[in-house]
Design a protein around this ligand. Structure first.
Ligand code: MIG
Length: 688
């Protein structure tokens, strides 16, 4: 049951696809308060054991209680525990306790969720704009509410199957030879690999949709050379367009008036990587179409995937900000050395990037309606990604493209995935990654992942091993790191054998992971679920945040602490423990419901098969192009007849609803003995 309430005159964010009538009932659950300035505030008194799920890409735990979140797309290169804003703004929460209710605040401006920060039992929702829509979702359980919400916002973006392969990135692989070397090192060490990323240095002067001729003399030819190796190249696209006479994008954007404007009608200027730039008005449908069409320059060269960056939008500074800082500096008098002024001066310089004041100084033309940026700030990266996605519908109508973004808002989940931005090579960020994945799924972001190994800081071998051991379960599995940090490719952190083994597990799991991902996309379901969604009556499972359900058959419990040789794992039912050392080396143990200490060496990946479930595995391969999915091995934990429907298609076309896409696996009693039955060849059955 979904009820809709409108306040002021909100712009259409496009987050919701279902047409829902405005409710005439008074709003239940939330108290509505209007302060003396006319601002809205909604409150709810939580019970001591209520859990609050949701918020997608946000800081802290799976249970969002105990902190305050300011949903305002922000470039946050330093994701410490105190941060309130991340790159995405996903305003959906589910209160789960005696009462289960979902709340979605559809608003392009900042929305604050104070979830027991000011007072432990008080939930406060504070939209920063008077124009927004609230959806209240009632349901049987938190999980049921999430599914209804997902129906409301529409089918999630579907990535090609090759995007489930392992992907290697670095800021930046600077030229052809460096990319070749990366591929060669993986292949020579038998470390599987499907894609290599091109970060900003592949461009000519950081100009979008250009390729440096010096670094990539024959780009289409090079793209083909890599394709022949089973490798896709994934270039980055930044939001800002370089101001440079003669540069096509700049000239056209000016001519068609497609850049964001200031009050005086001139194009807004900020500096980012290319130097002085203009920002395309992605909230304008013509500008979207125009910018989107430019991706063709790279798809024509054979490119099949992109990542959209800096689209919060991030900015280093603006001329206005610099002027203010300079004036403050001039007024600083050393003879009095006023300390107040001194700190103001410092703050002005460090505060030049991503200033709220700058976000309030430019405007969008939303197809005729002029809107100040801060009122729709959270829709910017979303619409950049939408521009690309809608263009792909024309450029390659029958073939899926890989596309993901840094900034996002609910609604963007239909157009692309996300990566979670600049984390650090910290153990705490591995744990954050684990806790964030189910929250992202609740908000529709299924194709997602973090920079494995951590973006900033220097990664260590053990951290990368453990992070990959979790990453083999995330749809986007990409190792990425920042300029200036220690080289983080598997072959740069000592012996390669263990890395190769861990990645071999990923490749043998791809048919299962892809199936469960596709089923989640097609049924508005989740790929990663908190335990409480599967075992709602289990009070112990309810509070577990470091174990996740992955698809219908398995549970994972990653090790995320340095020097740990294993960890405690709670089993909400009897399960079969499988400890993988590689795709083909594994140990099994049947375990009873309850708490267990599970040893897991640095190069081991434990997973748990649920009672009466099975896991199909194929043979590992060096890239997805070479996967053989005609033969399977089945690990099953059952003493009864069971079935598993595996979704499988060609991985690139869009024929999702073809009944032939369901592959049938069954464990059945034949002649008094359980055996495996399938349309596929079963090479081995491990039955417990
Ligand atoms: O200001 O393109 O989050 O993944 O490597 C940094 C360089 C810009 C931020 C992205 C990161 C990327 C980096 N970018």
């Amino acid at each position: 049951m979904i009820k809709k309430y409108m306040y002021g005159s909100p712009v259409n964010t496009g987050a919701v696809i279902e047409n829902i009538e405005l409710s005439e009932d008074p709003m239940q659950y939330l108290n509505e308060i209007i302060d003396k300035d006319g601002n809205y505030l909604f409150t709810y008194l939580m019970n001591d054991d209520d859990i609050v799920y949701g918020l997608g890409e946000a800081n802290r735990g799976l249970n969002k209680r105990g902190y305050i979140y300011e949903n305002n797309c922000t470039d946050v290169p330093d994701q410490t525990e105190d941060k309130r804003s991340f790159y995405g703004a996903h305003n959906f929460i589910v209160l789960s306790g005696m009462i289960s209710v979902g709340i979605f605040v559809d608003c392009g401006a900042k929305v604050t969720f104070d979830i027991g920060y000011t007072a432990y039992n008080m939930l406060k929702i504070i939209p920063s704009s008077p124009d927004f829509t609230v959806y209240i979702i009632e349901g049987r359980s938190a999980y049921d509410i999430v599914k209804q919400f997902r129906g409301l916002i529409g089918r999630s973006y579907i990535a090609p199957r090759w995007a489930f392969g392992y992907q290697q990135s670095r800021w930046s692989y600077e030229n052809e030879d460096e990319v070749r070397q990366v591929v060669k090192n993986h292949r020579e060490n038998n470390i599987p690999l499907d894609a290599v990323y091109l970060d900003i240095d592949y461009m000519e002067g950081y100009k979008d949709f250009t390729v440096s001729e010096e670094r990539f003399p024959d780009f289409p030819q090079f793209v083909q050379e890599m394709r022949d190796e089973g490798i896709r190249l994934i270039p980055i696209i930044d939001a800002g367009v370089k101001i440079e006479n003669g540069y096509e994008l700049y000239e056209e954007g000016r001519q068609y008036q497609f850049f964001c404007k200031k009050t005086d009608g001139t194009d807004f200027v900020a500096s980012v990587w290319p130097g002085r730039t203009h920002f395309p008005d992605f909230l304008n449908s013509n500008a979207r179409m125009w910018f989107g069409s430019k991706y063709k320059k790279l798809t024509d060269a054979g490119i099949e995937g992109f990542w959209n960056d800096m689209n919060e939008p991030a900015m280093f500074n603006t001329p206005e900000g610099i002027n203010e800082a300079v004036e403050t500096q001039k007024s600083f008098d050393f003879s009095t050395n006023d300390s107040g002024k001194f700190f103001e001066l410092g703050g002005m310089v460090t505060g030049l990037a991503n200033r709220e004041k700058d976000y309030q100084s430019f405007f969008h033309n939303m197809d005729g309606k002029i809107v100040r940026h801060d009122q729709v700030h959270n829709l910017y990266g979303y619409n950049m990604t939408r521009a690309a996605s809608e263009a792909f519908d024309h450029i390659s109508p029958d073939k899926r493209m890989l596309l993901f973004s840094r900034a996002s808002y609910i609604g963007m989940h239909r157009y692309g995935g996300i990566w979670t931005g600049d984390n650090q090579s910290w153990w705490s960020h591995l744990l954050l990654n684990i806790k964030m994945m189910p929250s992202l799924n609740m908000c529709g972001f299924l194709y997602s992942g973090a920079d494995l190994g951590g973006f900033g800081c220097n990664c260590t071998r053990d951290l990368l091993l453990r992070w990959l051991a979790f990453g083999i379960f995330t749809p986007l599995m990409r190792n990425h790191s920042a300029k200036g940090t220690r080289r983080q490719e598997c072959y740069n952190l000592g012996e390669t054998e263990e890395f190769k083994n861990i990645l071999s597990i990923r490749y043998s799991l791809i048919p299962y992971l892809y199936s469960e991902y596709m089923k989640a996309c097609l049924n508005d379901d989740m790929f990663f679920k908190p335990l409480s969604f599967e075992y709602p009556a289990d009070d112990f499972a309810r509070n577990i945040e470091d174990q996740l359900m992955v698809g219908e058959s398995i549970m994972i419990a990653p090790v995320y602490e340095q020097n740990a040789r294993g960890r405690y794992v709670y089993l909400p039912e009897d399960m079969l423990l499988v400890i993988f050392k590689s795709s083909s080396q594994r140990r099994f143990q049947q375990l009873k419901k309850g708490l267990h200490y599970i040893p897991a060496a640095l190069d081991e990946v434990p997973l748990f098969i649920r009672k009466n479930k099975m896991l199909p595995l194929c043979r590992t391969s060096e890239c997805t192009d070479k996967m053989d999915t005609s033969m399977f091995e089945i690990i099953a934990y059952t003493s009864e007849n069971i079935e598993f429907e595996m979704y499988e298609d060609d991985g690139v076309s869009k024929n999702y609803d073809d009944p032939k896409n369901m592959v049938h696996f069954a464990i059945r009693e034949l002649d008094g003995q359980l055996g495996a039955v399938s349309d596929k060849t079963i090479v081995k059955l491990s039955l417990f």
